[in-house]
Design a protein around this ligand. Structure first.
Ligand code: ATP
Length: 363
């Protein structure tokens, strides 16, 4: 397997910068997810690594080789797409053997590699069938097997699970993770589904508008999002973001909402808040770090229940603060009426503060 390095990579189509000066290193054996909303540049980034499109600027290394001008077939990569791209008239065995036949490997070696891949992916019993006789999950495993037999230095995967139903996707997610761990493979994986990235990847590269917003472990991205974009993209339900103004000085500072409420801050948060440009600040809180009170209490922010979403073991209450809505999780036994007045207490240790002008996290 190999390390992959992107150095100041650019792909532009005239004025459209699909990938805008992206630099990142995927270590040997690492599983990296490229995530972001539609159009953020993740597929273009993957295709640049694959060599399917040409760089406008920058450098890409696979192992210690600069591959800018290398054909895809010479890059030692294998791609897995969402639409499997299996040959419908060939048996599964022949589908798996095809890339090896193209490389003119001896028959016995092909047989050995195909059987080993089929064993690893638990599709040995399907080898004589044709793709249409397989379920979506089984076809996806064959597509993975076809990448595997090539023994590539890097696996590149573009939304490989997006054609599967929710249940199968969860199952295949676990299998892919195991596949990566068993092989110690270098994987670059494109998805718009942040849950897939959080659950499978060693690191996630969060992109928006062609720019790399944050590149770190899922835990760090979740706990320390660098800006409001990342904060609202990673985590489900999304982090609630509430705009306000910093009032008061030093450790006595608090946040005042446009609707007149005041949220006091701990000394540490008050110090951070001082850095907000022009006093404009955004308070960020995840649903599990907010306590809901039925009565007014010191240090709480008043709101009204907008809607209630029971999901089984957790109920999400959407609370309207006037200028923003905040999602709070409560246990299913908590009964809340629509428009009921409630008061929110933000856990100061888990509170995120962002500059209201730049959107950047205040440290
Ligand atoms: P999705 O999840 O929808 O596939 P993505 O994050 O993979 O999105 P890309 O396909 O990488 O996004 O596209 C990034 C941007 O570059 C988009 O704005 C897209 O419209 C633009 N783009 C991609 N290919 C071309 C092209 N050949 N010509 C012009 N613009 C392009």
């Amino acid at each position: 397997m190999a390390q992959v390095v992107l150095r100041d990579v650019v792909k532009n189509y005239g004025d459209i910068y699909a990938v805008d000066h992206v630099s990142l290193t995927v270590e040997d054996g690492e599983f990296v997810a490229l995530v972001g909303p539609s159009g953020c540049g993740k597929t273009t980034t993957l295709n640049l690594v694959a060599g399917l499109i040409e760089l406008s600027d920058g450098e890409i290394f696979i192992g210690d080789r600069q591959v800018n001008d290398l054909d895809p077939k010479d890059r030692d990569i294998a791609m897995v797409f969402q639409n499997y791209a299996l040959y419908p008239n060939k048996t599964i065995f022949k589908n798996l053997a095809f890339p090896l036949k193209m490389r003119k490997l001896p028959g016995a070696e092909i047989e050995k590699k195909v059987r080993a891949a089929a064993k690893l992916l638990d599709i040995e019993h399907l080898l004589e069938r044709r793709p249409r006789e397989l379920s979506g999950g089984q076809q996806q495993r064959v597509a993975l097997g076809r990448a595997l037999v090539r023994d590539p230095r890097v696996f590149l995967m573009d939304e490989p699970l997006s054609n599967l139903d929710a249940k199968l996707r969860t199952q295949m997610r676990a299998e892919l993770k195991r596949f990566h761990q068993d092989l110690n493979a270098t994987v670059i994986y494109v998805t718009h589904d942040q849950m897939e990235a959080v659950t499978m990847a060693d690191k996630m590269a969060v992109m928006s508008g062609g720019l790399l917003q944050q590149y770190d472990t899922p835990e760090r991205v979740f706990e320390h999002p660098v800006n409001t974009f990342v904060a609202s993209f990673v985590g489900s339900p999304a982090m609630s973001l509430v705009p306000g103004r910093v009032v008061g000085d030093g450790t006595g500072a608090a946040i005042e909402g446009p609707d007149g409420w005041t949220c006091p801050l701990s000394d540490a948060n008050a110090r951070k808040a001082q850095a907000a440009t022009g006093g404009e600040i955004v308070l960020g809180a995840r649903h599990s770090t907010i306590r809901l009170h039925r009565e007014a209490a010191p240090g709480t922010v008043p709101g009204r229940v907008y809607t209630v979403e029971p999901t089984g073991d957790i109920t999400y209450a959407h609370v309207d603060l006037g200028s923003a809505t905040v999602v709070v999780s409560v246990t299913p036994d908590v009964k809340l009426g629509l428009d009921q007045p409630v008061w929110l207490e933000f856990d100061q240790h888990k509170l995120h503060l962002f500059d209201g002008k730049t959107g950047m996290a205040l440290a």
